[in-house]
Write a protein that binds this ligand. Structure first.
Ligand code: BG6
Ligand code: MG
Length: 235
C-alpha cells in the first residue's frame, strides 16, 4: 500500500462494537436499582462488589449470583421466574422516562464519523430490552447490526455476543474494537480477541487495553491509533 516512509501507517480498524447499558446510555443505574430493590425483598443488601460482579451479565445469571450471596439455595424455577419478571417490570418502569436526550453526549457524532470513514458499527448487549432502550434514546437505526440478549445463548464474560457481531459485519475480531463499561464485558472482549476499551473506573476495568472515563473521550482518530498499536503489539 504505502511505501512512502515508515511514518505512514494504515489502521486496520474495521468496526466498533458498543455495549449498551452504561455505555450509550446511563441505564446501568436502573439495573442496579431494580436488583437492589429485589435484593431488599429477599432480606439482602447488595454491596458495591455485588454491583460490579453482576454488571454486564444476563438477567438470569445476575439473579443466580444474588440468590447465592443472599443464601437462598432452595428457590425453585417458578419462584425464580417470578423474581426475574418482577426485576424486569421494575427496570422497564425506570426506563420509561428515557428520551433521546439521555443518549451519551457525542454518540450520534461518533457514530456518524465512524460511518463516514467506512468503519462499521454494532451493538453488543446482554439485554433482552436492548431494542426498546435503543428506540427510547433514538438510536434504533444507527447500527449496522444489533446483537442482544434475545440472540445469544451465553452471557458475558463469554465472548459470544461480540463474536456474533463481528460475524454479522464480516470482520475479524482482531480488526474490531469493543467499548464496555462492565468487567464481565471487558473480559469477554479480551477473551474474544478484540481491541478492548473500558469506559469508567480504571481500578475496575484496568485489564482493558485502554480505559477512558467518559464517552466523549472517544474519537475515531483515537480508536484508530489504539487499533494500530494493538495490531503492532501482536505482531
Ligand atoms: C446488560 C446489563 O446490558 O444487560 C446487565 O449490563 C443486565 O446489568 C443485562 O443484567 C440483561 O439485561 P435485561 O434488560 O435483559 O434484563
Ligand atoms: Mg454495560
Amino acid at each position: 500500500m504505502h511505501h512512502l516512509g515508515s511514518s505512514v501507517s494504515i489502521s486496520s480498524l474495521q468496526a466498533v462494537i458498543f455495549d449498551l447499558d452504561g455505555v450509550l446510555v446511563d441505564t446501568a443505574r436502573f439495573h442496579d436499582q431494580a436488583w437492589a430493590e429485589l435484593g431488599l425483598g429477599l432480606g439482602y443488601v447488595l454491596t458495591e462488589t455485588d454491583r460490579h460482579a453482576i454488571k454486564g451479565r444476563s438477567r438470569s445469571d445476575s439473579l443466580e449470583y444474588i440468590l447465592e450471596q443472599a443464601g437462598w439455595n432452595d428457590a425453585d424455577t417458578s419462584q425464580k421466574s417470578k423474581w426475574l419478571h418482577a426485576k424486569n417490570a421494575r427496570y422497564l418502569e425506570l426506563v420509561e422516562a428515557l428520551t433521546p436526550h439521555d443518549a451519551a453526549p457525542g454518540t450520534l457524532v461518533l457514530l456518524e464519523q465512524l460511518r463516514s470513514e467506512g468503519i462499521k458499527t454494532a451493538l453488543g448487549s446482554a439485554s433482552q430490552n436492548a431494542i426498546k432502550v435503543l428506540q427510547k434514546i433514538g438510536l434504533e437505526t444507527c447500527f449496522d447490526t444489533v446483537v442482544d440478549g434475545t440472540r445469544t445463548t451465553r452471557s458475558k464474560p463469554d465472548p459470544q455476543v461480540f463474536w456474533m457481531a463481528a460475524q454479522d459485519l464480516g470482520c475479524e475480531p482482531g480488526n474490531c474494537a469493543v467499548v464496555e463499561d462492565a468487567l464481565a464485558g471487558v473480559q469477554a472482549a479480551l477473551e474474544g480477541g478484540f481491541l478492548t476499551i473500558g469506559l469508567g473506573d480504571a481500578s475496575v476495568l484496568g485489564a482493558a487495553h485502554r480505559v477512558v472515563q467518559q464517552f466523549s473521550d472517544l474519537s475515531v482518530q483515537g480508536i484508530k491509533a489504539w487499533q494500530l498499536a494493538f495490531n503492532h503489539n501482536k505482531s
